[in-house]
Design a protein around this ligand. Structure first.
Ligand SMILES: Cc1cc2nc3c(=O)[nH]c(=O)nc-3n(C[C@H](O)[C@H](O)[C@H](O)COP(=O)(O)OP(=O)(O)OC[C@H]3O[C@@H](n4cnc5c(N)ncnc54)[C@H](O)[C@@H]3O)c2cc1C
Length: 478
């Protein structure tokens, strides 16, 4: 038994949905594209699972959050795929792949062949078993990666009102789930080994703002230790969590958010891997010309940083998907993916965005007591990352733009004083003048920029950076 398609997307998550929309916009014929997904539903906006989906009142439910509503685009329901002649093979796991023969074998025994394959298998949640903790099939231990997990979590939460939950892990999933548990009137204790929450991204100062906010909602934090075992009742349900330092936490439910692992297994030994993911070039193409990779599973060159990164965020999934399809369908008109890393989260009434890279020196700004604050990261004299909590759309756009421009910053005190105003001043720059004949490279432009900034201050430096960036873009287009 077998079927053949021109394009096959393996995986039916966020990236698959955005790729499908891009294929349809660029014009494919009926029956050319197929999406194979282990999940039984059409692609959806996964971030909704830890936010709207967990609300006690008027929770988000499919079909309301099918892709691509998260980017204010069309909502691709199963009907949409049918109308566009895109085959959805749902509830079907691919169990092996043969990139030489260009075939995939499903768990139902079907062979699906392709001319072009897009790997969009995302990642799976790391399980406590992988860290040597046993006895984890208890019905009140929850993970959160897909719709089935979220549905199960809702059921467990509903049986635990006014009771105790222990959240293991202080990253995105832990923080977002803890907030949802509180909203569902559950007492929450968070346990993680790091010194502060969101340790991979936040500075201690930023973390302590969020931890204080969570504490004001009743959340307790136990930091610098890990879970060592569980106590269970006769039915196998967890009744308490035992920590490495001996602390015993009574628990009616446990939520585990300890990271993810990209789903690369089908391709190991067949195509090149890097940074735990599938290595692609700036066109999202793997070491095999007929195979592309997008989303969480792809390790791609981030031009801004000059290195390969694998990102685990929805914006990168959406944009890498679009870029791969552009590269496949319009190869002559598509350059290398030029992505500005963007992460965000929303918890309680809080909302933050981050752009770029969190390396180098940090300058905090704003009013932490008023809940409008942020940070800039300066590496080798250039602004490389920016964070903002409580901003407006324009302010978030401003920090994004400032990060992309990478202006030189010499005077940290002045930067701190200007705060958000620094990023806003960049977006408010008048259109740069037409360039006179300049033969030096963008890199060379940074030299006079640096010198000028030393005397004229941060804002003037930024305006030159705007020009350098704009000029660089013009040159790239020529
Ligand atoms: C609960 C939650 C909340 C999140 N919130 C945010 C947020 O606020 N901000 C943010 O930036 N990011 C967030 N993310 C991350 C974001 O959702 C991911 O970056 C994004 O989903 C990645 O898209 P993807 O298509 O690469 O992978 P996924 O969306 O994970 O899709 C992968 C798909 O491939 C399928 N698959 C895998 N292997 C096979 C196989 N062998 N056969 C068939 N199908 C297979 C899976 O079943 C799945 O459907 C969140 C993630 C989760 C889980």
């Amino acid at each position: 038994m077998g079927r053949a398609f021109v394009y096959v997307i393996l995986g039916g998550g966020v990236a698959a949905g955005y790729a499908a929309l891009e294929f349809s916009r660029r014009g494919i014929s009926r029956g050319e594209l197929c999406i194979i997904s282990e999940e039984p539903v059409a692609p959806y906006e996964r971030p909704a699972l830890s936010k709207g989906f967990l609300l006690p009142e008027a929770p988000a439910r499919l079909p309301s959050f099918h892709t691509c509503v998260g980017a204010n685009e069309e909502r691709l329901t199963p009907k949409w795929y049918k109308e566009h002649g895109i085959e959805l093979v749902l509830g079907t796991r691919v169990k092996s792949a043969d990139v030489k023969r260009k075939t995939l074998l499903t768990a139902t025994g079907e062979t699906i062949s392709y001319k072009i394959l897009i790997i969009a298998t995302g990642a799976r949640a790391l399980k406590l078993e992988e860290f040597g903790v046993n006895g984890l099939d208890a019905e009140n231990i929850c993970y959160l990666r897909d719709l089935a997990d979220a549905t199960r979590l809702v059921g467990v939460m509903q049986s635990c009102a006014e009771k105790n939950a222990v959240v293991i892990g202080g990253g995105y999933i832990g923080m977002e789930c803890a907030a949802s548990l509180v909203i569902n009137k559950i007492n929450v204790t968070m346990v993680f080994p790091e010194a502060h929450c969101m340790a991979r991204l936040f500075t201690p100062k930023i973390s302590s703002y969020y931890e204080d906010f969570y504490k004001s909602k009743g959340v307790k934090f136990i930091k610098g230790t890990v879970l060592s075992s569980f106590e269970n009742d006769s039915s196998g349900k967890v009744t308490a969590v035992i920590l490495r330092d001996g602390t015993r936490l009574p628990a009616d439910m446990v939520v585990v958010g300890i990271g993810i692992r990209p789903n690369t297994g089908l391709f190991e030994g067949q195509i090149t891997l890097e940074k735990g993911g599938i290595k692609v070039n700036g066109r999202m193409q793997t070491s095999n010309n007929s195979v592309y990779a997008i989303g969480d599973v792809a390790a791609f060159p981030v031009k801004l940083f000059g290195e390969i990164r694998r990102l685990e965020h929805v914006d990168s999934a959406r944009k890498s998907a679009r870029h791969a399809v552009a590269a496949i369908m319009s190869p002559d008109k598509t350059g290398d993916f030029d992505y500005l890393p963007f992460f965000y989260s929303r918890v309680f009434t809080l909302s933050w965005q981050f752009y770029g890279d969190n390396v180098g020196e940090v300058v905090h700004y704003g009013d932490f007591s008023a809940g409008i604050f942020g940070a800039y990261w300066i590496n080798k004299g250039q602004l490389v990352g920016a964070f903002l909590e409580g901003g407006t759309k324009e302010e978030y756009e401003a920090i994004a733009k400032a990060t992309r421009l990478r202006p030189m910053v010499k005077d940290m005190i002045e930067l701190e004083r200007q705060g958000l105003g620094f990023a806003l001043s960049i977006t408010q720059q008048p259109t740069p003048p037409q360039p006179v004949e300049i033969t030096s490279s963008t890199l060379a432009l940074e030299k006079p920029m640096y010198a000028w900034h030393a005397t004229a201050g941060v804002v003037l430096a930024a305006s030159i950076a705007v020009f350098a960036y704009w000029y660089g873009r013009r040159r790239r287009r020529w």
